[in-house]
Design a protein around this ligand. Structure first.
Ligand code: C2E
Ligand code: MG
Ligand code: MG
Length: 736
């Protein structure tokens, strides 16, 4: 798996793990908090249950006592309350009552502190007369204003209440019952009625709790609502509320009236108990979160490093470590966004670099390129950009004020390059610097670069090492664009025409063959191949052109044959693109069979450089062409660096001596080379055709050396079909 993919997968896993971890931690925390709340609730419930027990026992004991006494009074005679009261006096002290009393049915009461009072309208009296056991809420004692609770039971005779026995109990005493120390003395309790009225309070507050709490904090409202709801159905529960800090309160019904015991404890007291567990929980969460973040940080660090590395790969030139062209475009765009003066795109081309590479090897070539780069880079000023585009092409964005200054600077850089390369034991690098002055509308760096490159190509025709992109180049570029835009139409409208340049035998008059050369009839003007073939090669239409020409020649040869002319072999030029097509020979054979034309009627000219580049493919294609009966020529022999290699590897039928050889005739070294080349070809069983023969002397020399065929302006220029056919004899009987 690729590293990038792996990291992406890890990031997804980590994100997934992060989510699962967060969900687990959240769930775990909720669970712990729930457990802690339960624990707190149980602790409070335990304490409340103890207090309730104490209270209930006390109330129960007092009520039983009162009931026992009531029975005695009735047995003695309830109609003599005064006498009965005296018997109560020892009990008052013994049981801690404030006073006791007996009330007759009319409400007249005699008390142990020797008072006669009217209680007929009091609640406790009325309830007891209804046969109820009573314990009242706190009321103020009419004698001393202290808070009291009243126990009361009916005096029943013949199952009818005939009076009431009551005992006054100081509320303070209830309070002491609640004083059971709990939670290190920090817990306290209330007895409240279900409507919130405080019945017993350890801190002497007898307000309504349900009104008091919301007054302290609005947040208590929720707690009050919960309590009210629970109390309405006689339930118990725990709430959290604010009163001098956060408090937990546990409430449970007492089983006395509608009273509730409310046990309160400051939250910190309870939370101190759960703190170790929560602390451990938080520590665990902390460790998990930190380790997760650390993992994520390491991963994102790796990703950041990887991204940086990718950026480096995408924007760095691997050979020099400097910018590549993509980065150049990006940086140049940045420069355009800033306020800037005049800018120029400068391209450096090393004219002889291929030679350095092929003679001294790739390692040395790379060393030269690095050396050139360091000079190129050091020539850059602030706010300028430099990069390497391809093998020996460097590019820069320079700032300038006037073109003369730009030219001087370019010449200086070229001179430094020459000086640096002079020390090395190999040919000097030959710098060619092309300059394109940017215009306002220029922002397509590819186009700008090509214009500077075009200018650099002009250097060899001028003095110095620098050339500017000028009007002539602008016109040429425009013309190229026009040609390119019309090429497709030219194919469709069949505007390409084959011209035929005859080849002659040693007698100089017999036409032994011809070469088909393409011309473009563009609106009546004949455009030579040099103007459009490079374009076809660039945009991949060269194979289309070759097919077109082959087809045109086949058609023409067939037509001439039908007209009864003795046709001669016509060669067509084969571009490199065709050499990649494995079934080319088969297709040609089929085409000839359909046309009924013998294969000798067409020959193929393959340029030497094409042959060298595709030895394997070429060998197959040539073999197949031979098998199909075609003859193959090596064109322009002697122009490449590997002429011998092409002869060694490939079996051509005819060697076509390049014009540059023929031009050398008359020069003694040239003469020797030609003689040797012809002998070599003959010894390999090839015949020789000389091209570019312009003078009689050249013809005679070549003829004497054994050259078989001759092509050149001395005999004839490329001719239109009608002109060429004049040279073809009528076919004699028996001829092919
Ligand atoms: P080539 O195949 O080497 O063709 C010979 C070129 O030399 C032709 O130029 C021809 O007109 C020219 N020539 C012949 N004799 C003389 C002479 O005595 N003096 C001078 N100065 N020139 C002479 P042309 O027609 O301009 O073709 C140029 C090149 O274009 C050809 O070189 C060939 O490589 C290419 N070409 C032409 N037609 C085609 C074609 O149909 N397909 C392909 N792939 N290439 C073609
Ligand atoms: Mg040719
Ligand atoms: Mg040629």
């Amino acid at each position: 798996m690729k590293r990038g993919k792996l990291l992406r997968l890890t990031a997804i896993c980590l994100a997934f793990y992060g989510c699962v971890l967060a969900a687990c931690l959240y769930g775990y925390t909720v669970f712990i908090q729930h457990q802690m709340a339960n624990q707190i609730s149980h602790a409070l419930e335990d304490v409340a249950a103890q207090s309730r027990l104490v209270l209930c026992q006390e109330v129960e004991a007092n009520q039983q006592l009162l009931q026992g006494v009531a029975q005695q009074i009735v047995s003695v005679g309830a109609d003599q309350p005064e006498a009965g009261v005296r018997s109560l006096m020892p009990l008052v002290k013994m049981y801690g009552f404030k006073r006791m009393g007996i009330a007759a049915a009319d409400g007249t009461a005699f008390t142990t502190d020797n008072r006669v009072i009217q209680v007929g309208q009091r609640d406790f009296f009325l309830a007891a007369m209804e046969n109820e056991k009573v314990l009242t809420a706190p009321v103020k004692d009419s004698t001393d204003g202290m808070w009291i609770n009243v126990y009361a039971v009916p005096l029943v005779e013949n199952q009818e209440p005939v009076g009431v026995l009551f005992a006054v109990y100081s509320t303070r005493q209830f309070r002491t019952l609640l004083d059971v120390p709990s939670f290190q003395g920090k817990g306290y309790s209330y007895v409240i009625e279900s409507d919130g009225t405080i019945v017993v309070s350890q801190n002497n507050i007898y307000e309504n709790l349900f009104q008091m709490l919301p007054a302290v904090s609005e947040r208590n409202l929720q707690a009050v609502e919960v309590m009210q709801k629970d109390m309405a159905r006689g339930g118990s529960g725990m709430v959290e509320f604010e009163r001098d800090g956060r408090r937990y309160g546990y409430y449970m019904p007492l089983g006395i009236n509608d009273w509730y015991l409310l046990n309160v404890v400051p939250s910190e007291v309870l939370e101190a108990r759960t703190a170790p567990v929560l602390g451990a929980n938080h520590l665990l969460i902390g460790i998990l979160v930190v380790s997760f973040l650390a993992g994520a940080a390491v991963l994102s660090g790796t990703r950041a490093r990887q991204k940086r590395r990718l950026m480096e790969l995408a924007y760095a030139d691997p050979l020099t470590g400097g910018y590549n062209f993509a980065k150049f475009c990006q940086e140049a765009d940045e420069q355009l966004k800033q306020p800037h003066g005049k800018l120029a795109c400068v391209v450096l081309d090393l004219q002889n670099f291929k030679r350095i590479n092929s003679i001294f090897g790739v390692e040395e070539g790379n060393r030269v390129l690095r050396q050139v780069w360091s000079v190129w880079l050091s020539s850059i000023r602030t706010g300028e950009v430099a990069a390497r585009r391809t093998a020996d092409h460097f590019v820069a964005l320079w700032k300038y004020d006037d073109p003369a200054q730009l030219e001087t600077r370019a010449e200086e850089v070229a001179q430094v390059l020459l000086d640096v390369s002079q020390d090395a034991n190999r040919p000097n690098v030959m710098p060619a610097i092309g300059v394109y002055e940017l215009e306002e509308k220029d922002f397509e760096w590819e186009k700008v670069y090509n214009q500077a490159l075009t200018a650099s190509k002009m250097v060899r025709t001028r003095q110095g090492f620098c050339a500017f992109y000028d009007q002539a180049m602008r016109d040429a570029t425009r013309e190229l664009q026009q040609i390119e835009s019309r090429l497709d139409g030219a194919f469709l409208n069949r505007e390409f025409i084959p011209y035929y340049q005859p080849k002659f035998g040693p007698d100089g008059t017999t036409v032994t063959g011809a070469e088909a050369l393409v011309r473009w009839n563009c609106d009546g003007t004949l455009i030579p191949p040099g103007r459009f073939i490079p374009l076809c090669e660039q945009n991949g239409w060269i194979a289309r052109l070759d097919d077109y020409m082959l087809e045109a020649v086949v058609r023409q040869q067939t037509a001439w044959r039908k007209q009864g002319r003795a046709i001669v072999p016509v060669s067509v030029n084969l571009s490199r693109a065709r050499l990649y097509q494995k079934d080319y020979a088969i297709r040609c054979r089929e085409m000839f069979q359909q046309a009924g034309l013998p294969p000798w009627a067409v020959q193929f000219e393959v340029t030497e450089s094409a042959a060298v580049e595709n030895v394997e493919n070429m060998r197959d294609v040539i073999r197949q062409l031979h098998q199909a009966g075609f003859r193959v020529l090596v064109d322009d022999f002697g122009t490449g660096y590997s002429s011998m290699a092409s002869l060694k590897d490939l079996s051509f039928d005819i060697l076509k001596l390049d014009k540059s050889f023929v031009d050398e005739i008359g020069n003694s070294r040239g003469d020797k080379i030609i003689r040797f080349t012809i002998e070599l070809a003959k010894s390999l069983g090839m015949s020789v055709t000389a091209e570019g023969v312009e003078q009689e002397q050249q013809f005679l020399f070549l003829k004497e050396r054994g050259c078989d065929d001759f092509q050149g302006y001395y005999f004839a220029k490329p001719l239109a079909a009608q002109a060429f056919e004049q040279l073809l004899r009528p076919e004699k009987e028996g001829e092919q």
